[in-house]
Write a protein that binds this ligand. Structure first.
Ligand SMILES: C[S@@+](CC[C@H](N)C(=O)[O-])C[C@H]1O[C@@H](n2cnc3c(N)ncnc32)[C@H](O)[C@@H]1O
Length: 231
């Protein structure tokens, strides 16, 4: 789906299954049929280009309200305002939520978010009192979105375009990486941090991080997130 619709698609839980939804035209439907075989379609009359916004609904995790600029933050919670644009990360994905849960429990300190996407986790970290916060992504659209969202939420972040598997990752007390399993494991020897929070893989996938000891695993909708401490 990422290759077919790099500008974005939606992911909806349906019991044990996950439904993937793209808002597209007839050419897009043909591309999906060629890739997946059978696809279901439903006509969307007008404004389909903005239909993804319907899926970007606020989520509440601990003390945080994570939601779009067009929603009203819940009273009493700390708002993290995210307009993802073309970057990954509304806050609604299970991996992002699990990372947010683990962040609440960690001792505050300096923080690096490797693969920041929309910046949701880096911005949440800043709001939770971590600092200084550095956010890295190899995708220019993510870097732009993270900077925009930091301004929307009024937090200070250093956002850099960087391939974390090719260039040195800045040292920080806590490194967070919500990527994919292979990238997370390749990244481990490059991290200079006491704690690492990792996600982006399934509950069925065991993770070992070179140089770190496993402390805790959390799971949601078949996805997992892990907390590690330096050995
Ligand atoms: C699954 S998204 C996570 C976004 C956000 N942190 C969240 O939790 O919602 C992963 C992000 O990692 C970025 N990424 C993948 N490989 C990377 C690498 N080697 N270095 C830096 N960023 C990378 C992608 O561009 C993407 O924005």
């Amino acid at each position: 789906m990422v290759e077919l619709f790099p500008a974005g698609f939606a992911e909806e839980s349906r019991g044990e299954a996950v439904e993937l939804v793209a808002f597209t035209d007839e050419a897009g439907v043909r591309r999906m049929e060629e890739t997946f075989g059978e696809v279901g379609t439903a006509a969307v009359l007008s404004g389909w280009e903005d239909e993804w916004r319907r899926f970007h609904v606020p989520v509440l995790v601990g003390s945080l309200w994570v939601g779009p600029p067009w929603a009203e933050p819940a009273p009493g919670l700390t708002p993290v305002v995210i307009d993802p644009g073309r970057a990954f990360g509304t806050g609604g994905h299970a991996t992002t939520r699990l990372c947010l849960e683990l962040l609440h429990e960690l001792e505050r300190g300096s923080f690096v978010d490797v693969g920041c996407g929309s910046g949701v986790l880096a911005i949440a970290a800043a709001k939770l009192g971590f600092g200084p916060v550095v956010a890295l992504d190899l995708d220019e659209a993510a870097v732009e979105a993270a900077r925009r969202n930091a301004a929307l939420t009024a937090v200070e972040l250093e956002v850099r375009r960087l391939d974390a598997l090719a260039k040195p990752v800045p040292a920080a007390d806590i490194a967070l990486a919500n990527l994919d399993l292979a990238t997370v494991m390749d990244l481990a020897p490059r991290l200079a941090s006491r704690h690492a929070v990792t996600s982006g893989y399934y509950e069925s996938e065991p993770v070992t991080l070179a140089g770190f000891r496993h402390l805790e695993r959390r799971c949601r909708d078949s996805w997992a997130a892990d907390l590690f401490v330096r050995e």
